[in-house]
Design a protein around this ligand. Structure first.
Ligand code: FAD
Length: 528
């Protein structure tokens, strides 16, 4: 049996096996030559001290001790081509992991996705960045892999069930992700690595008899006596099945509208909204690691910050070290920001959503939209931001604008329009405005106070070197689709399984994948 020990070492030692063995030999009072293998099982960064340390949990094997590398394998899928069909709408993490789980359970998933496959999608991302053209079915939120495909690929979650999280991480490793994600306290994959993993998942679904349909938008759910019969696509095709996992994400406004129009129960749900802040990464490194230069062995520093301001939480969201701000609108006439990073997180800037929690009462001015009030509130801010940054329907150029309103951070806290905005990572461009014009007064006030407070607890954070881009508005779904807490079936509609982030049951890649698996398990249980 290997001996498990805890170590706290320098970043250089953590990265070098010989130095690590020397450190362990001292700690265990063993000759270095007697240490056969060292396996890191947990790794985290401790930046609380003057010099940053790496905390490691390692398994130490001495000579003669049996040692096997544990190769993570996929489950033994069996062919489901002739088995009962289950429709899965949406090929995001919820939909894809639901489909894999259905195959494992001997059911045949038909995955229906409005967007393009992960490679075809790239052309549309180029078009939105370069030509400001938003394809309403293929963009940063829609298309194979879902909203997180072209992201930082952060894989941490607040989910308490470690077993579920480990299962998803192991499946990702079996599909080609770096096994380090099983070890790191804050694992991430990166936008350059995720597409291949997504493609391999899709090919596996097809290999075992599932179907994956692209460019196929579901426009209606077919019902008889409040029971699912199938779905109708935008081409007029009907796909029949009486079990439907609806995993369409937080941006499928047409899906929420369709459900509401059919009197299918949905509810307004609070979410969070704010701006995306961009700092030089070197500045964040200096703040977080308390040093002038982070050196060769530490990764670009992340940050996480939360404050209570006027009785509301204001916090960093989806922070991307060494990343880029992305244009995430899903319709023309609106602007939305979010962020991504490559696996090495090696871009010069760090960006993060800085958002304020909203309450249902904030949606009162949109009460006429009923359960879609939060969505209407969200849309109104995205449209206002588009307009304030120069978008207008007067001519083609301004109609297609994806410029976002921007302001330097200190200028924002003082309500002063920045004399100029330096070039930021947001490719379509920025327009210097007073960002307060985009948000309701209460929100502007909280954001102003919050940035001032952040600057007090994170010295150097409040600076005019940072540029705020607005809005960060797609933090989670503005709608919940209610379901039974045990069977996960919709409260009214038999055979409908609201799933993932769009339905209000997940808040990131991992939790969406977990929810996809859970829905598949409940579908199988109902069919027994
Ligand atoms: P989605 O991923 O939104 O997938 C829904 C799918 O349904 C989409 O592919 C969509 O095209 C499809 N669809 C919608 N309507 C229809 C229809 N009518 N017919 C057919 N198909 C339809 N999370 C993290 O955990 N870590 C990160 O680092 C991270 N970074 C992000 C960066 C960006 C730029 C964005 C936009 C999001 C990021 N997220 C991140 C959030 C994460 O992507 C989501 O939480 C997650 O993808 C939700 O999964 P889902 O399967 O529930 O929905």
């Amino acid at each position: 049996m290997p001996k498990e020990i805890l170590l706290q070492v320098s970043p250089e030692t953590a990265a070098d096996t010989a130095l690590l063995k020397a450190n362990i030999s001292k700690k265990m009072n063993l000759a270095t030559a007697d240490i056969a293998h060292v396996v890191i099982v947990k790794r985290s960064i401790d930046a609380r001290q003057k010099s940053v340390k790496i905390n490691l949990k390692v398994n130490v094997y001495v000579n003669g001790e049996s040692f096997e590398t544990h190769k993570i394998k996929l489950p033994e899928y069996k062919d489901v081509a002739e088995k009962q069909a289950v429709i899965v709408v949406g090929a995001g993490p919820a939909g894809l992991f639901a489909a894999l789980q259905l195959i494992e359970l001997g059911l045949r998933p038909i995955v229906v996705e409005r967007g393009k496959d992960v490679r075809g999608r790239r052309r549309d991302l180029k078009a939105i960045n370069r030509d400001h053209i938003v394809n309403e079915d293929s963009n940063y939120c829609f298309g194979e892999g879902g909203a997180g495909t072209y992201s930082d690929g952060k894989l941490y979650t607040r989910s308490k069930k470690r077993g579920d999280v480990t299962r998803i991480l192991e499946l990702l490793v079996a599909f080609g992700a770096n096994p380090d994600i099983l070890v790191d306290a804050h694992p991430h994959i990166g936008t350059n690595k995720l597409p291949q993993i997504i493609e391999d998942i899709r090919e596996k679904i097809k290999e075992f008899g599932g179907q994956v349909l692209f460019d196929t938008r579901v426009v209606d759910i077919l019902l008889k006596n409040n029971e699912v019969q199938g779905v109708l696509t935008q081409n007029g095709d009907v796909i029949e099945a009486n079990k439907l996992i609806l995993a369409t994400g937080h941006s499928a406004r047409d899906v929420f509208e369709m459900l509401h129009a059919k009197d299918i129960l949905i509810e307004a749900k609070p979410f969070a909204l704010g701006v995306r802040a961009e700092h030089p990464q070197a500045l964040i490194d200096q703040i977080q690691y308390s040093c002038d230069y982070r050196g060769a062995f530490l990764p670009p520093a992340p940050y996480s910050i939360v404050k209570q301001v006027n009785g509301r939480g204001m916090y960093s969201f989806c922070m991307c070290p060494g990343g880029v701000i992305a244009p995430c609108a899903t319709s023309p006439g609106e602007v939305v920001t979010n962020g991504w990073s490559p696996s090495k997180r090696d871009q010069a800037t760090a960006n993060s959503g800085i958002v304020v929690e909203l309450k249902l009462e904030d949606f009162k001015p949109f009460a006429k939209y009923g359960p879609l009030a939060g969505m209407a509130f969200q849309k109104s801010i995205e449209q206002k931001a588009w307009h304030v940054a120069g978008g207008s329907f007067d001519n083609l150029e301004s109609q297609n604008s994806q410029c976002v309103p921007a302001q330097k951070m200190i200028d924002f806290t003082k309500g002063k329009v920045s004399a100029e905005i330096p070039k930021t990572s947001y490719v379509p461009g920025t327009t210097s405005v007073e960002l307060g014009a985009v948000f309701p007064g209460f929100l502007t006030q909280i954001l102003r106070q919050g940035f001032t407070d952040f600057g007090k607890s994170m010295k150097g954070y409040l600076t005019n070197e940072a540029v705020l881009h607005g809005p960060e508005s797609r933090t989670s779904s503005p709608v919940r689709i209610p379901r039974d807490s045990v069977t996960l079936e919709h409260l009214q509609i038999k055979g409908l399984y609201p799933c993932g982030e769009g339905a209000g049951y997940a808040g990131g890649i991992i939790s969406a994948a977990i929810d996809g698996e859970k829905c598949a398990l409940m579908v199988a249980a109902a069919l027994k």
